[in-house]
Design a protein around this ligand. Structure first.
Ligand SMILES: Cc1cc2nc3c(=O)[nH]c(=O)nc-3n(C[C@H](O)[C@H](O)[C@H](O)COP(=O)(O)OP(=O)(O)OC[C@H]3O[C@@H](n4cnc5c(N)ncnc54)[C@H](O)[C@@H]3O)c2cc1C
Length: 527
């Protein structure tokens, strides 16, 4: 059995930032199911929103966030995040993140503008912000004597007082599968932190990496935590459409720098849908593309930035320029083929301003959490900021509280299971789930389609539970089991919301109702 003061599950920006903030004071463990660099954070291109310019203000950033969230942002959480923006960026700069500089601005950094932002406030490292941030923090984590990293370890389930037959509502640690040795280890911790990212892989088309299977949300739900706003899945409007480009995103900043969306015949269509045209929020742009594609039977639409010079494109979008060129698309001469794809999970495990969940000593930060910041729609580039702000909040809470007594944790019991006979059950169910979630629970929803999805989810859950109970676990099985739980939570939330708001659009309930409220699901196992 391993033991840490704090165990962090996940090595994205949220997990790494928290580890570094705690490690001066205590022993920290990080488990991550692939390598340290795998996760959505490394893939972020655009940047991080924060009030850094004297032309900008806390009030304007808050206002933009609240408008994007269509009445569902928690104002206290929004203020908290926005007010901590500058300190979060300063911390990253201190860690050594090489943000793109611009000596002509009063911040000293080049700030870009994205859809829904009324000011230039996105600090970035060219178009590979996430990669630069992650590489910098990973390097620091690996130097730190107080941080132990276990790669290729996937969490199985949280060990709660209830599971141990105790009367407490505490999290005591986690079971984790070493996917190289196939052994399940027990990890005890005073504090356990879910920093496992979102659940984009529940959909057929997604911009997310393979790690985004909603494991933290599913584990927290099983452990008795409330989960909120799962119906609000953000679809990124512009994912590269090419048979050899898996999940490659064309950053929102391309539209911010003048990119125009066009039909195959070259006609610009966004002004027909919204006065803000290409700079409208993501949900509006994604729905407009979905509408044009379905109406005209198109495989994709086109994003044209070819009016910019090669030098400009290479300086501002080196990754996109190079990736497209490697696939035979010269973006300085031709438009980029794009489709919408599942991009961001606005809902998640309910967490307060200190990142505490409903289970004592269990925290949730980053995309896994529902902090109240995003409401019915996330404003671009607010999510990396949220990771940093709540990593800091969790660190303060963890470091400020007394230690609790330890209790003995039992080893994982494998005495009643055998080797799986048919792996095909997992791959088949995985493909089926992602297909019907795309078809029935996508950008435009109806009650009938949601009911169809609910029925299929129930069948899959029964099959997967039987498989889980009888066979040795594998990471594929664990992820599938978690994805199906996430699918259930998304569908249940979508059926609960009898209106259209932000990212949730229902043909049966097209109106937006007065008195908005978050969708809060309470598990049967709630304490
Ligand atoms: C292509 C793309 C571009 C984006 N661009 C931007 C942007 O420009 N600005 C912005 O603000 N946001 C952007 N986002 C969103 C942002 O990247 C994410 O919201 C953010 O990185 C989430 O960070 P995280 O630490 O919560 O999760 P992640 O970075 O996804 O990290 C999750 C970690 O948990 C691990 N993990 C998951 N489950 C388990 C388990 N069961 N056991 C062990 N480990 C586990 C994963 O392996 C990974 O290490 C983008 C997202 C994508 C996909």
């Amino acid at each position: 059995m391993l033991e840490f003061d704090t165990l962090i599950i996940g090595s994205g920006l949220a997990g790494l930032a928290l580890a570094l903030k705690l490690a001066e004071h205590q022993k920290v463990g990080i488990i991550t199911k692939r390598s340290l660099l795998d996760g959505a954070s490394s893939w972020a291109q655009g940047g991080i929103a924060a009030v850094l310019s004297s032309h900008d203000s806390i009030a304007t950033h808050m206002q933009d966030t609240l408008i994007a969230g269509v009445g569902l942002c928690d104002e206290a959480a929004t203020r908290y995040v926005v007010e901590h923006g500058k300190a979060s960026i300063d911390w990253l700069i201190k860690q050594g993140v090489p943000f793109t500089k611009d000596t002509s601005t009063d911040s000293g950094y080049h700030l870009t503008r994205e859809g829904g932002h009324s000011e230039r406030r996105i600090v970035h490292a060219a178009d590979h912000t996430g990669q630069s941030v992650q590489e910098t923090l990973v390097w620091r984590v690996l130097q730190h004597a107080n941080i132990t990293v276990l790669e290729k370890h996937i969490s199985v389930d949280l060990i709660t007082g209830r599971k141990l037959g105790l009367r407490d509502n505490r999290c005591h640690g986690v079971y984790a599968l070493n996917s190289l040795s196939d052994e399940v280890i027990t990890i005890a911790a005073q504090n356990t932190v879910l920093a496992t990212g979102g659940t984009g892989k529940v959909y057929l088309y997604t911009t997310n990496p393979d790690t985004s299977t909603g494991d933290g949300i599913a584990m927290a739900w099983r452990a008795g935590c409330r989960v909120a706003n799962m119906e609000f899945v953000q679809f990124h409007p512009t994912c590269l459409y090419h048979p050899h480009a898996k999940s490659f995103l064309i950053s929102e900043a391309v539209r911010g720098e003048g990119g125009i969306l066009k039909l195959p015949d070259g006609t610009r269509f966004m002004p027909w849908h919204d006065a803000r045209a290409e700079l409208a929020p993501r949900d509006v742009v994604a729905r407009a593309i979905d509408f044009e594609m379905k109406k005209r039977g198109l495989d994709c639409v086109y994003l044209d930035i070819s009016h910019q010079s090669v030098e400009f494109l290479q300086e501002h979008f080196p990754t996109i320029y190079a990736r497209c060129l490697s696939l035979g698309i010269n973006i300085s001469k031709e438009a980029i083929p794009v489709v919408p794809a599942a991009h961001y999970t606005c809902g998640g495990v309910m967490a307060d301003l200190s990142a505490r969940t409903d289970v004592e000593n269990l925290y949730a930060i980053g995309e896994t959490a529902y902090s109240g910041l995003h409401g019915a729609n996330r404003l671009a580039s607010n999510s990396l900021l949220e990771c940093l702000v709540f990593a800091d909040a969790a660190a303060q809470d963890i470091l400020g509280k007394p230690r609790k007594t330890k209790c003995a944790l039992p080893a994982w019991d494998e005495s009643r299971v055998t080797d799986a006979d048919e792996q095909i059950v997992i791959s088949h169910n995985w493909a089926e789930l992602r297909h019907f979630m795309w078809d029935y629970v996508g950008i435009v929803r109806t009650d009938k389609r949601l009911e169809r999805a609910r029925h299929r989810i129930q069948l899959l859950q029964d099959e997967i539970q039987e498989y889980y109970a009888n066979f040795h676990i594998s990471s594929d099985l664990l992820e599938l089991r978690n994805l199906v739980t996430n699918a259930e939570l998304i569908v249940r939330s979508a059926l609960t919301r009898k209106e259209s708001r932000g990212l949730h659009y229902s043909k049966d309930h097209p109106e937006t109702l007065p008195n908005p409220a978050p969708t809060i699901l309470v598990p049967d196992t709630a304490y």
